[in-house]
Write a protein that binds this ligand. Structure first.
Ligand SMILES: Cc1cc2nc3c(=O)[nH]c(=O)nc-3n(C[C@H](O)[C@H](O)[C@H](O)COP(=O)(O)O)c2cc1C
Length: 210
């Protein structure tokens, strides 16, 4: 069993040379960023609905080789006002919102019960793309939560107390699509919920066919 690194040291005790914390500033700045390959945004071809653009982007991410493109970071806020975030899997997406699942007794479950506001963040490195989804989270009907749990493997169902598994849906009020570029001429596409529809704003580099 490998021993834990000594306090103040970062790095694997097996293969990677140890990096003292005093070197981390330089080490972090040496790490490359924007190493993917961005795609131009045709602002004349953007759909009116963020869900449609999300489907096209997550499929492109999968085709570009992103492992588990449906993994996201969910940010919530506790009753004490302190933010929190964790990784989870997007389970569904339709006009009712972006769906995810987990135990009601988890940190996210407790925090969502206190504050329904939440945000989901996706990052797809090969395409230099990120998506941010913000809005209110609602619990799905119990039958849908039960169906989600039933669809999990036996191993994944083990240890889940009856009634504790919840399917939630985040109904977005704002969805931001960020397309990075190696030359740093990034593009930001923002959908804001407005009067039952969406207003769209695009800033940064675009091409236009519309
Ligand atoms: C790739 C990945 C996917 C995960 N998917 C889920 C998920 O769909 N639901 C869930 O409750 N936890 C999932 N987890 C585990 C949670 O991130 C982890 O249990 C976390 O501690 C829960 O935080 P919370 O107690 O604040 O909710 C996943 C973790 C990873 C790394």
């Amino acid at each position: 069993m490998p021993s834990l690194p000594a306090h103040g040291i970062i790095g694997s005790v097996t293969s990677t040379p140890l990096t003292p914390l005093s070197r981390m500033r330089d080490w972090l700045r040496e790490q490359p960023t924007l190493t993917g390959s961005g795609r131009p945004i045709d602002d004349g071809a953007l759909p009116g609905d963020p869900g449609a653009l999300f489907v096209s982007w997550i499929r492109a991410a999968a085709e570009a080789g992103v492992a588990e493109p449906h993994a996201a970071t969910l940010a919530t806020v506790g009753a004490d006002g302190v933010p929190d975030a964790r990784t989870l899997i997007l389970k569904d997406l339709d006009e009712r919102g972006w769906a995810f699942a987990g135990p009601r007794s988890s940190g996210k479950g407790v925090q969502l019960a206190a504050h329904s506001a939440a945000a989901l963040n996706f990052w797809w490195q090969p395409l230099i793309r990120a998506v941010r989804v913000r809005g209110a989270v609602r619990e799905a009907p119990a039958a849908e939560s039960a169906a989600d749990l039933a669809a999990r493997s036996t191993a994944a169902r083990e240890g889940v107390a009856p009634g504790d598994w919840v399917l939630w849906r985040l109904q977005p009020t704002r969805v931001e699509f960020w397309q990075g570029a190696v030359d740093r001429r990034h593009t930001r596409i923002v959908y804001d919920a407005q009067d039952g529809g969406w207003s769209l704003s695009v800033s940064g580099a675009t091409t236009s066919t519309g």
